[in-house]
Ligand binder design. Structure first.
Ligand code: PEP
Ligand code: MN
Length: 450
């Protein structure tokens, strides 16, 4: 399985001959080359065996036998690489995956948007404040968020820090997943007081009781079973935006006959960098990983088909995940044509919905926010549209945290604009908090059954 057959015209450097969007302008002082040479000698963060295992699981999701839960911060930051934040984020993802596995009656593939989610695309190269213009903040892997010249200067050595923080995050995550969290399989220990605040409290309580019952039952019939069904591993993912970094972590694995990006299991190409003839598509067409691409409301069906041809010419199962991010108000007009075109062309992909990025707005008090009802509404519509087109929505892509932040409006506690200032902590986009995330996982189950 995997890999490039046309290596004569591809190498991890051929992207350099293509237009590369969203890259920092590093100084021409030799530091960049020193940094990438050194990075290229460091050990990989993940292995090709893990990457191929995920690809097989995604192939099953494509066939309707698994569901993908893909979630985490919009942007990780170095200061948030703490035991508490990492553990809480992992816990909420694991709890959501239990709700989904139970409700959808199929195994859930858990993929974190972390251990490498440090580079951000920006709408403008420069940011101006009070007549001063500086390079935009592009994520901790590139420059610092503070608005001063020294912080905003792109520094290639930040790539080491990103590599190191990714390794620290991954190490702690692997230890927690392998060691097991005692309280994950006991919903009676989950934080559920928010349920009382919802008009759907009775329904939510029933879901939690059913999960608790079935977990108790499985434990009675054999503890092993609980683990083998629920413990399907944990994978990492990030937007593979900063090409110098991604290329330095792209390695040849002779035993598997090809190249892999070993900075993460599932790299994805963002909406702003998915041009067919662009540098990102060039680098990622050559690797053996499963890859994902974000698809927005302006993508045309024929463009999408050409992208599928370039990224998955041999129709490998599990190779390509398309993450649609349309917005609640545009999905009904934008999604059906794409689903139809891909189905009629006989192409197989895993369709995933990102209900976050098309639903960002400014609150009256200036905060960048998203409404829980729009997030949920886009997901409901995505399930309906797939059902009508005879395709399958096989996963969700969410921006979330395990912390009690106030960044998105609504949810069981009905967060209002006035609540946003209480705990607005995101480095870039607003995330669902612990309670909103768990609630959304319950609503995904209802939407999938509707
Ligand atoms: C993101 O996932 O944070 C992002 C920038 O998404 P998109 O490429 O879909 O806009
Ligand atoms: Mn985002």
């Amino acid at each position: 399985m995997s890999v490039v057959r046309n290596e004569d015209d591809w190498s991890p450097q051929t992207w350099q001959q293509r237009p590369a969007q969203q890259q920092p302008r590093y100084a021409a002082d030799g530091e960049l080359a020193k940094a990438t040479d050194r990075l290229a000698r460091l050990p990989p963060l993940v292995t090709s065996l893990e990457v191929l295992k995920l690809k097989r699981a995604l192939a099953e999701a494509q066939e309707g036998r698994r569901f993908l839960l893909h979630g985490g911060d919009c942007a990780e930051s170095f200061v948030d690489c703490t035991s508490e934040i990492i553990a809480n984020r992992l816990k909420v993802l694991l709890q959501m995956s239990i709700v989904l596995a139970h409700g959808l009656k199929q195994p859930v593939i858990r993929v974190g948007r972390f251990a490498g989610q440090y580079a951000k695309p920006r709408s403008s190269d420069e940011e101006a404040r009070d007549g001063v213009s500086l390079p935009s903040f592009r994520g901790d892997i590139v420059n610092g968020a503070d608005f001063d010249e020294a912080s905003r200067r792109p520094d290639p050595n930040r790539m080491f820090e990103a590599y190191a923080h990714s390794a620290l995050t991954l190490n702690f995550t692997r230890a927690m997943v392998d060691g097991g969290f005692g309280d994950i399989h006991h919903p009676e220990y989950w934080k559920l007081d928010w349920v009382e605040h919802s008009p759907r409290a009775i329904e939510y309580k029933r879901v939690v009781e059913e999960i608790a019952d079935s977990l108790r039952f499985m434990k009675t019939v054999g503890g092993q079973f609980v683990d083998s069904r629920m413990h399907t591993g944990f994978y990492t993912s990030h937007e593979a935006l900063l090409l110098h970094y991604e290329a330095a972590l792209t390695r040849r694995v002779p035993q598997r006959g090809g190249w892999f990006n070993l900075s993460t299991h599932l790299p994805w190409i963002g909406m702003r960098t998915a041009a067919l003839d662009g540098a990102h598509v060039e680098l990622f067409r050559g690797i053996g990983n499963p890859i994902a691409v974000k698809v927005g409301p302006t993508t045309k069906p024929d463009e999408l088909l050409r992208l599928i041809d370039v990224l998955n010419p041999y129709e490998e199962p599990g190779r390509l995940t398309l993450i649609t991010r349309m917005g609640k108000s545009r999905i009904a007009e934008a999604l059906p044509g794409l689903l139809k075109a891909v189905r009629q062309a006989g192409r197989r992909v895993l369709w995933v919905a990102d209900p976050m990025h098309g639903n960002t707005e400014s609150a009256g008090n200036g905060y960048k926010t998203r409404r829980f009802d729009n997030i949920r509404g886009e997901l409901d519509l995505a399930f309906d549209i797939h059902a009508a087109e005879g395709t399958r929505l096989g996963g969700v892509h969410l921006e979330l945290t395990g912390e009690d932040v106030t960044e998105c409006l609504g949810g069981a506690r009905d967060l209002a604009e006035a609540d946003l200032s209480r705990a607005y902590k995101t480095a870039v986009d607003p995330r669902l908090n612990y309670e909103q995330s768990l609630e959304l996982s319950m609503l995904i189950v209802s939407a999938s059954r509707a």
